[in-house]
Structures are given as structure tokens and as C-alpha cells.
Design a protein around this ligand. Structure first.
Ligand SMILES: Cc1cc2nc3c(=O)[nH]c(=O)nc-3n(C[C@H](O)[C@H](O)[C@H](O)COP(=O)(O)O)c2cc1C
Length: 165
């Protein structure tokens, strides 16, 4: 099963990207997680551009999302919201015909942050993604049990996706 990881942070030392890298090493059960690294290179979303000639980077982004059986999203909170670069990436997926029903595992690496997670849930639900509640985990990567909790979430995700996705 092909999983695609999307980090909402462009920071080199990002905890969110780190969580996805940890999960990459924990994948088993016939699953493989690759990380999409082009979020920062996507142009600003513009419906006029979407309706005319889709930029190559956007077409490639959509192709990678389409080819993935499921998405793993780890995204920080900026000013109580979704970082602009990540919302921009999601906006490019709104008009993608095969996005509805895509299973999503949501990771929150900041236990104190709740606004961005709530906003992400609202946006993804509006896009008709299939958020898998048992796979959504909040972890502090500095805590010793963080890898085990990520692994448990991933295990639940693969089980659910394998059963119904
Ligand atoms: C511009 C900016 C705004 C932030 N706003 C919030 C916030 O509203 N709530 C919060 O919990 N953390 C906030 N943070 C802290 C980040 O969420 C935190 O540093 C997180 O680790 C960033 O994710 P990353 O490590 O994946 O880059 C903010 C950080 C920045 C740079």
C-alpha cells in the first residue's frame, strides 16, 4: 500500500517532517510511506490557472496524491491557523476529481495546539477526505512513548485502509 506524507512545515528542522520520517521507518505490513517535498514550490492557488493549463508542479503533486492509497498529514499551527503554504497546497487539491474519499491520518506534534488541527479537520471534511479517527495522533516527539504512539496510529490506519480503502 502506497502512503504519501505531507508536511505542513518547510523548516529544515521541522518536528512535523521529523514525525513523518519516523513513520517512514516504522512502516511495515506491506505499506511504504514516501514524502512529498514540493509544497514550498507550488504556485499560489488561482482558479483561472487551474481552469486553463495546470502548472507541471501542480500536475505532479496531484499525480502523487492520486497514486497514493492514503495520505499522512503532519502540520504545525501558525497564529492559531493552518500555515499559508499548506492551505495553498490543499486548495490545489480541492478540484481534484479523485480526492474525495482519500483516507487521511492526521498527526499533531504540538499537544498544546488545537486550532490548526480543528481547522484542518474542517477543511479536509469539506474536501470529502476520509479522516480516520483511530489513526489521528497527537505526540510530543521528546516523550519516550512518541514512536510507539505513532506506530500504533499507523497500524490502525493501515488496518482501516486495508479493510475499506
Ligand atoms: C509564525 C509562527 C506562528 C506560530 N503560531 C503558533 C500558534 O498559534 N500556536 C502554537 O501552538 N504554536 C505556534 N507556533 C509554534 C510552531 O507551531 C512550532 O514551532 C512548531 O514546532 C512548528 O512546526 P515545525 O517544527 O514542524 O516547523 C508558531 C510558530 C511560528 C513560526
Amino acid at each position: 500500500m502506497k502512503l504519501l506524507g505531507l508536511s505542513g512545515s518547510l523548516r529544515a528542522g521541522s518536528f512535523n517532517t521529523m514525525a513523518l520520517r519516523v513513520l517512514q521507518k516504522l512502516t511495515s505490513e506491506g505499506a511504504a510511506l514516501s514524502l512529498y517535498d514540493g509544497i514550498g514550490a507550488l504556485p499560489h492557488f488561482n482558479p483561472d490557472v487551474e481552469m486553463s493549463a495546470l502548472p507541471d508542479v501542480v500536475a505532479d503533486f496531484r499525480r502523487q496524491v492520486a497514486e497514493a492509497a492514503a495520505l499522512v498529514i503532519a502540520c504545525p499551527e501558525y497564529a492559531h491557523g493552518i500555515p499559508g503554504t499548506f492551505k495553498n497546497a490543499l486548495d490545489w487539491l480541492v478540484g481534484m476529481p479523485d480526492f474525495p474519499g482519500k483516507p487521511v491520518m492526521l498527526i499533531n506534534t504540538a499537544p498544546r495546539a488545537s486550532h490548526a488541527q480543528a481547522a484542518l479537520r474542517e477543511v479536509l471534511a469539506t474536501m470529502s477526505a476520509r479522516l480516520v479517527p483511530e489513526a489521528c495522533v497527537t505526540v510530543d516527539l521528546r516523550e519516550p512513548d512518541s514512536h510507539a504512539r505513532l506506530q500504533a496510529g499507523l497500524h490502525a490506519f493501515i488496518q482501516v485502509c486495508g479493510d475499506g480503502a
